[in-house]
Design a protein around this ligand. Structure first.
Ligand code: IFM
Length: 497
């Protein structure tokens, strides 16, 4: 199995080192995504992506300059290095490199190579995402329903990977495949904003999984020692989380295609057996998930193409995940639904869903989740590819969280949860905090996730970075001391004040 750490740092997996409680080669990082930080999309003369129409008609806030990462990546990389991180995650934006159907913007591609090299110059292992929710506008909003979606994505990987592979060994193919499918076709939150498009969700998920497999193959052909993952956002409903990974892993687990549906049923049981007993809402969502799944169910969704399985079968690799990436926010599906009019930071929420800034932290849940994944896939290392806390900033006013949590407490508690998992023998090999800096949160600058806050009204394009986070807390100082302390074997840095 490929080692995920840098060669000089790699030791025995899951074994605490003499220097501290974490395995050798454990990566601490921060995670970002191009459209959220770069700026310079969807304006006149700028590369256009699938959010263009929504920005133009005012359905979402303009992404504008974001934090101007495209023009000054050094500031972000210096800040990540100053935290003591040894990894930095960024995405290569398809719309920037291929703004037109024909040809590529070589200067843009070279710029991404330069960013990867600038990471290495700072001892930051680059973790590169090939697709973080966006694609060129010319591919249409419904790219992931198109029969040629997988081939298109494979062609995109063939553009990026040869250019970056000499510098980049660690990859995320597609960010949060499950969220991409659900937000686009079920919940209407990503363009084209379809609600309850159950069949479309299934087709999109199938295409996204197949695209992952093809990209995995492209990356490994270019760089056999690559470490490749995709990072589902943890969700308790099996069909929208673990089932997708199980489809990818089925071949490596010796499951024949004809046996897949029965095996999926077993895996569903295994997944739910390890989760806390569901309340009524959760049980209902699980039933719905099961009824509409493209895999593991009978009859109704037989029309879904199952391209993912074809790709898994055709791959030269028995297993197309080198590490299991998890994004951990609030996995409990039923917790996302609330009665309209419920209280939220800064007012009342008229919608039947919980806002990001009200998502309840659950560090113990993170330890449990990591353990469950390791049990379901013994021997596969794990990365926490994203984990972060949101607060709201509205019209220049920053709101604290209703539950009183802040980022220093969250950072300590969640890293401690990862350390607990490692102590229990779970092979976690990296943690990337979302995010280094406040950024464009898919249609709005109100949700803030940054270790560094940004004053968007001061300074030039991209605003002014703050030393504190949006709540005025020293999140940077906390992460710095947590990383340095754990590397020195000092767990006291995880204690709450
Ligand atoms: O900002 C997003 C990111 O793009 C994907 N994962 C969740 C983050 C916070 O909502």
């Amino acid at each position: 199995m490929a080692s995920t750490g840098r060669p000089e740092e790699t030791g025995e997996r899951g074994r605490p080192t003499e220097r501290g409680p974490l395995p050798d080669g454990f990566l601490f990082g921060v995670a970002t995504a191009g459209f959220q930080v770069e700026g310079g999309f969807n304006g006149p003369g700028q590369p256009a992506n699938n959010w263009l129409a929504w920005e133009q008609v005012g359905r979402v806030a303009p992404s504008g300059d974001a934090v101007d990462f495209w023009r000054r990546p050094e500031e972000a990389l210096d800040r990540a290095a100053a935290l003591g991180c040894d990894s930095f995650r960024f995405s290569v934006e398809w719309a920037r490199v291929q703004p037109e159907p024909t040809g590529i913007d070589q200067a843009a591609l070279d710029h991404y190579v330069a960013i990867a090299e600038a990471c290495v110059d700072r001892d930051l292992t680059p973790l590169v995402t090939l697709h973080h929710f966006t694609h060129p506008q010319w591919l249409g909003e419904d790219l992931w329903l198109r029969p040629d979606a997988v081939a298109r994505f494979e062609a995109w990987a063939r553009v990026v990977v040869p250019a970056l592979a000499p510098t980049v060994r660690h990859w995320v193919t597609l960010n949060e495949i499950n969220v991409m499918g659900l937000m686009t076709y079920l919940l209407g939150a990503f363009p084209p904003g379809r609600l309850a498009g159950i069949d479309d969700t299934a087709v999109a998920l199938d295409n996204l999984l197949a695209a992952h497999v093809r990209a995995y193959d492209v990356i490994h052909a270019e760089r056999p020692d690559a470490v490749v993952t995709t990072n589902n956002s943890c969700m308790t409903v099996y069909e929208y989380d673990r089932m997708l990974l199980d489809v990818l892993l089925s071949r490596s687990m010796g499951v024949e295609r004809r046996d897949l549906d029965g095996w999926i049923a077993e895996r569903r049981r295994g997944h739910y057996d390890m989760l806390p007993t569901p309340g009524m809402g959760e049980a209902l969502l699980r039933r719905v998930g099961r009824a509409v799944a493209p895999y593991g169910s009978s009859g109704r969704w037989g029309s879904v193409p199952r391209r993912a399985l074809d790709a898994v079968e055709a791959s030269p690799h028995e297993r197309t995940l080198d590490v299991l990436g998890v994004d951990y926010y609030d996995p409990q599906a039923s917790r996302h639904f609330r009665l309209p009019g419920h209280g939220t930071a800064g007012g009342r929420n008229p919608l039947p869903v919980r806002e990001l800034w009200d998502d309840p932290p659950d560090p113990a849940g993170l330890t449990r989740w990591l353990g469950i994944q390791a049990t379901l896939t013994p021997g596969l290392p794990l990365w926490v590819v994203e984990n972060g806390l949101c607060n709201r900033l509205r019209n220049g006013r920053s709101f604290g969280r209703l539950d009183g949590w802040d980022r220093p407490r969250y950072l300590r508690a969640n890293v401690a949860a990862v350390v607990d998992a490692v102590d229990a023998g779970v092979p976690v090999e990296g943690y990337w905090h979302w995010s280094l800096v406040d950024n464009y949160e898919w249609g709005s600058y109100e949700p803030r996730f940054g270790i560094h806050g940004v004053d968007r009204d001061r300074g030039g394009p991209g605003g002014t970075w703050l030393e504190t986070d949006a709540m005025g807390r020293d999140a940077a100082g906390t992460y710095r001391s947590v990383i340095a302390g754990l590397r020195a074997g000092d767990r006291s840095v995880l204690q709450q004040d």
